[in-house]
Design a protein around this ligand. Structure first.
Ligand SMILES: Nc1nc2c(ncn2[C@@H]2O[C@H](COP(=O)(O)OP(=O)(O)O)[C@@H](O)[C@H]2O)c(=O)[nH]1
Ligand SMILES: [Mg+2]
Length: 344
């Protein structure tokens, strides 16, 4: 049983050591533990630091592509490297490394394929009141959209079985956390949650830099995922509301016409027609969306089979060879002490 712990990194030279030292060296039931970072175009010496610390594998992008792409590139690399279980944690040592054992346990016991670490949000001192409320609200919306009972959806501390990782898909560019739960819930993947501990803050969050930005991006991700996985429900609800509004106005007009007052209410008759037409169009879009969703399910199945066949043989393009450094870092290593090469 091989476990690979992956850490997405963007300019994490400072805190990576702390996170690395906290990682477990042995877990009962696991034969091999390896560590991997995904360097998302960092401008500091993240990769050099990771090599010095002894990370086994490094996936490195030449430029910043965002957390969601980084996460998926890490998953691809872990599958290629033969991981049976993949754990994702953060480079700022936010999560308690010792709790990785709790994350992998339900997978080892074959009780789940995805395990999400539930942070003690209300007890976390460095989370503002607003951040706590938004995290709870986000989790509630994801629970509704996914039909699951996961209490902490934005948590990045997770474990995936190989089987669940082979089926993972992320299309948005901001974060993988919400979309993967909605997808897994709709695919009926066995998912569970375990309470975990967090460490004191080492630096402010970069993903949650502004409340409005976070809200805007998260609501886009959730709406898109909901439309993708439940198009009929989404458009049918809107379509039915429009049709009902049209029908109510239409009945009102008929009653008024029966009373001989129809002539003064032609405007509401026009509105009735508009509502009913819009409602009908929205229902049709729902049916089209449902057909597209059925096709996507077939494509996902094909993708799963292809991934299963090729993940061992096809080397991921961004996986560095042993000892290899990205061009920038290699350059810096040749000329140590040169001021121009100090970290940005
Ligand atoms: N791949 C990638 N990872 C990022 C990016 N920004 C942040 N991260 C990583 O995502 C993890 C969580 O980031 P953090 O700023 O601690 O956000 P928090 O989860 O809200 O505390 C860390 O491991 C970061 O290095 C990015 O642009 N790309
Ligand atoms: Mg953090």
């Amino acid at each position: 049983m091989k476990l690979i712990i992956q850490i997405p990194c963007y300019n994490e030279e400072e805190t990576l050591e702390l996170a690395y030292n906290d990682l477990p060296r042995h877990i009962d039931g696991i034969d091999e533990i390896e560590y991997l970072i995904i360097n998302d175009g960092s401008k500091d010496g993240t990769v050099r630091r990771a090599r010095e610390l002894g990370f086994h594998h490094i996936v490195s992008f030449k430029q910043n592509k965002g957390l969601a792409k980084g996460f998926m590139a890490g998953i691809d690399a872990c599958l290629h490297l033969g991981a049976d279980i993949i754990v994702n944690t953060d480079a700022d040592n936010q999560y308690c490394g010792e709790d990785i054992e709790k994350l992998v346990r339900p997978i080892l016991e074959r009780k789940a394929d995805i395990v999400i670490g539930e942070r003690p949000i209300d007890q976390t001192e460095h989370f503002s009141w607003k951040k706590k409320k938004f995290q709870h609200l986000g989790s509630w919306v994801v629970r509704v959209a996914s039909g699951t009972d996961i209490p902490d959806a934005p948590s990045g501390f997770r474990a995936y079985s190989r089987e669940a990782a082979l089926r993972l898909n992320v299309v948005n560019e901001y974060t993988y956390t919400l979309e993967t739960i909605i997808q897994a819930g709709n695919n009926k993947t066995a998912m569970t949650s375990v309470p975990i501990r967090t460490n004191p803050e080492t630096r402010p969050s970069r993903l949650f830099s502004s409340m409005w930005r976070y809200m805007k991006r998260s609501s886009t991700v959730i709406t898109r995922s909901f439309v993708m996985y439940k198009p009929l429900k989404f458009f049918m609800t809107i379509g039915m509301v429009l049709m009902l509004a049209g029908a109510a106005l239409g009945i009102r007009f008929l009653i008024l016409m029966g009373m001989g007052e129809g002539a003064g209410h032609i405007q509401s008759l026009i509105l009735t027609a508009i509502f009913i037409m819009m409602g009908f169009q929205t229902l049709t879009i729902g049916l089209l969306g449902d057909t597209i969703a059925a096709n996507r399910k077939l494509l996902e199945d094909v993708q799963y089979r292809v991934r299963k066949m090729e993940c061992r043989t096809c080397e991921p393009a961004d996986l560095l060879k042993d000892g290899e450094l990205p061009a920038d870092d290699a350059e810096k290593e040749k000329t140590p002490g040169d001021d121009k090469n100090e970290k940005v």
